[in-house]
Design a protein around this ligand. Structure first.
Ligand SMILES: C[S@@+](CC[C@H](N)C(=O)[O-])C[C@H]1O[C@@H](n2cnc3c(N)ncnc32)[C@H](O)[C@@H]1O
Length: 344
């Protein structure tokens, strides 16, 4: 992407700046900021995709640490994109180096579609900082928080049809129990699902939180943080289909990354961990276990890995875990592209 293309794209592709929305955003403390910035200092010049732009804290640190790259920032949240546009308008140094798009990366290959549209054949890397951002949690009307009273919404993409109210009020009890177990490892999932169905209709976050708390046996309520935390996480993951789209999107990012480029993923719970581990492991194996006619390798490269792991699963420092609540459960995994894709 040239600087001209970048400025043109910003004006063409992004809707008018909405100061009303962007000015009300709170702050978001980026997790493992230095580790992430360091991770992209060695990548080849070009475009790094920040697939979960949020308030852009990671993007800004990456740009500062490596002057030879540009960032394509993606987010499905209208508030995040409006804020990014304001950042670009306010800071001339970002204009040629940061392009943002309101995009939901999903199973319909929207990441591929954006890269094609911007004529980006290969990227220098990608960052996925999964989960929810602080502004999404802080504004009660977004409906993510069990602490602030708001409507049952939880949509990261305000254009989506499915909201938390649909999941809570319309899913069958067994479906609800399954989601709460799979997305949050909640051991009282069945009791919680039964209590939710009995309390319908539920229209606010605090009502839902009360129902969940009452369904959990009293001794268990006193351990492991707020008793409604896991169930809220599970419903949010279902509303945003977070796990369904992750494996495919990571695979697209790895395929599009050039040799020496890196893909970094910050995860916050076991469901995300499992998927990232699985995708990274299978990418490594592509070259180790070649199929006849494999596009990735030549005989002379047998035993060479298509990607190599740079970080297995790094935890934030103890100090960061104490200072930033979101960092407690974070894990950083990084891979580097070692072999080029065969291009058809
Ligand atoms: C944890 S925040 C990212 C914070 C960011 N790294 C920063 O420094 O401010 C995650 C962001 O990713 C966005 N997001 C999550 N899933 C997405 C998806 N499938 N497509 C596009 N954006 C997504 C959310 O809307 C949210 O703004």
């Amino acid at each position: 992407m040239t600087s001209e293309q970048s400025s043109d794209l910003n004006s063409q592709l992004n809707p008018q700046l909405n100061p009303q929305v962007s000015s009300r955003l709170t702050t978001h403390e980026p997790v493992m900021l230095n580790e992430i910035a360091q991770c992209f200092t060695t990548v080849p010049p070009g475009v790094v995709v920040d697939a979960t732009f949020g308030l852009g804290g990671h993007s800004k640190a990456i740009l500062k640490a490596n002057p030879s790259i540009q960032i394509l920032g993606l987010d499905q949240d209208a508030d995040a994109i409006a804020n990014a546009e304001r950042m670009i308008a306010d800071d001339a140094s970002l204009r040629d180096r940061l392009t943002v798009r309101r995009v939901r990366f999903d199973c319909f290959d929207s990441l591929n579609a954006v890269l094609e549209e911007l004529s980006i054949k290969e990227i220098s890397g990608a960052l996925f900082d999964l989960g929810v951002s602080s502004p999404q949690l802080d504004f009660a009307e977004r409906g993510f928080s069990y602490r602030n009273d708001g409507p049952l919404d939880m949509r990261m993409d305000q254009r989506s049809e499915l909201s938390a109210a649909d999941v809570v009020n319309n899913y069958q009890e067994s479906e609800l129990a399954g989601i709460i177990t799979q997305n949050a490892d909640e051991r009282f999932a069945r009791r919680i699902a039964r209590a939710i169905v009995a309390a319908r209709p539920i229209s606010t976050t605090t009502h839902l939180a009360e129902v969940i708390v009452a369904a959990i046996p009293a001794p268990a309520r006193r351990t492991g943080g707020h008793p409604a935390k896991r169930t809220f996480q599970a419903i949010r993951i279902e509303v945003n289909k977070e796990l369904e789209i992750l494996a495919r999107t990571l695979q697209i990012a790895i395929d599009a990354t050039k040799v020496g480029g890196r893909v970094a993923v910050l995860t916050y719970h076991s469901g995300e961990n499992r998927i990232v581990k699985q995708v990274f492991r299978s990418s490594e194996k592509d070259a180790d276990e070649p199929k006849i006619g494999s596009p990735f390798i030549h005989e002379s490269q047998l035993g060479t890995r298509r990607v190599r792991r740079v970080r297995m699963a790094q935890y934030p420092s103890e100090q960061e875990q104490t200072q930033n609540r979101r960092a407690k459960s974070a894990r950083l995994r990084v891979i580097e592209k070692a072999l080029a894709e065969a291009r058809g």
